[in-house]
Design a protein around this ligand. Structure first.
Ligand code: PBG
Length: 325
């Protein structure tokens, strides 16, 4: 800068040193605020990589247990489990594979970890949808859907899950799960609701992993339209009213504007799900030589925290220790 010029707002003064940048960071988080997804798949023999989801595999029971052991060594303590049983049905879903998984995890690791279990139907239904349909038509059968979801939730908790995470976006599911759990004396089991969940094109890698792609149509009839801010806020309000303990926005990146507002409206902690397509985008960009995966991942987590996310669900949680978190 030329001598004699005086700039009042010389903002670079505070950006020039890593010590000052650390001093002034308003984002503070550690790896206990990251939740690692796991895909337990009944039909797989050996670990199957999931295209785009670096470090994440479709795994059978034994392999999932080994994975958790490694993750615990890497400081991961929070997991969200997606169960993918072999058989698909229209209704009367079989809980056996999922409960066996949960029991085995609990038996092996006790309270070393906190286990959230996703309670959606889309990995169980022939249709690949998150709901049951009336047998005579393509109309959603809400009553049966809520019964199925809440009885899954109770089975999971009875098998040893710590908490339930409904991702189906069916009206009334949080209330139905709460009532079912409370009725069985499980009133201390928390519900982390996928409360603001948009219909999104960024769930692609997940649907391959969870065998949950819709066989007809899409999920627009139950997930939120990205253009509708009122619905986005109202959906989280409604989950809070129905007794959800934690709220969540999803996909995380495209909900960044909503996180703090939902927290202010409800007073509940709000997390962000960095969904499969968002995570895979980093992987693909690195593959094309366009960025470095790990620092970019850290950048995204910092942005979620800055936006007010209390916790982040991310496929990269198992890299956190390596990244110094
Ligand atoms: C199941 C479910 C989905 C995700 C979490 N639970 C897919 C969907 O709604 O289609 C997406 C997670 C991701 O993309 O990482 N309903």
């Amino acid at each position: 800068m030329a001598k004699g010029i005086s700039i009042v707002k010389r903002l670079q003064r505070l950006r020039g040193s890593p010590h000052l940048r650390n001093l002034l960071s308003t984002v503070d988080f550690n790896r206990s605020q990251l939740i690692q997804p796991l895909f337990a798949v009944e039909s797989v023999k050996a670990d199957e990589p999931i295209p785009g989801l670096r470090g994440t595999f479709r795994q059978n029971l034994e392999s999932t247990l080994k994975q958790i052991e490694k993750d615990l060594e890497n400081g991961v303590t929070q997991f969200i489990l997606f169960n993918v049983p072999a058989g698909k049905k229209k209704r009367d879903f079989d809980h056996a594979f999922s409960t066996r998984m949960i029991q085995s995890i609990r038996k092996r690791f006790g309270s070393d970890l906190y286990l959230w279990v996703d309670a959606c139907l889309c990995s169980l239904t022939e249709s690949g949808h998150c709901c049951v349909y009336h047998s005579d038509s393509a109309r959603q059968d809400l009553e049966t859907t809520l019964n199925e979801i809440s009885s899954l939730a109770l089975s999971y908790i009875e098998a040893g899950a710590d908490a339930i995470s409904p991702s189906d976006m069916q009206d009334g599911r949080v209330a139905a799960i709460r009532e079912k759990l409370d009725g069985a004396g499980k009133d201390l089991a928390p519900i982390m609701s996928y409360s603001t969940k948009f219909a999104s094109h960024f769930y692609g890698p997940f649907r391959n992993a969870a065998d949950s792609a819709p066989q007809f149509g899409d999920r627009n009839e139950y997930q939120i339209d990205v253009r509708n801010r009122d619905d986005a806020l109202g959906s989280s309000d409604r989950c809070a009213e129905e007794g959800a303990d934690l709220l969540m926005v999803k996909p995380g990146m495209s909900s960044i504007d909503l996180i703090r507002e939902i927290h202010t409206r409800t007073g509940l902690a709000v997390g962000a799900y960095q969904v499969s397509g968002e995570y895979a985008a980093l992987d693909v960009l690195e593959e094309k030589g366009l960025l470095k995966f790990e620092p970019a991942l850290l950048e995204t987590w910092s942005v979620f925290k800055r936006a007010g996310a209390q916790y982040v669900i991310t496929y990269g949680a198992r890299y956190a220790k390596k990244l110094g978190i």
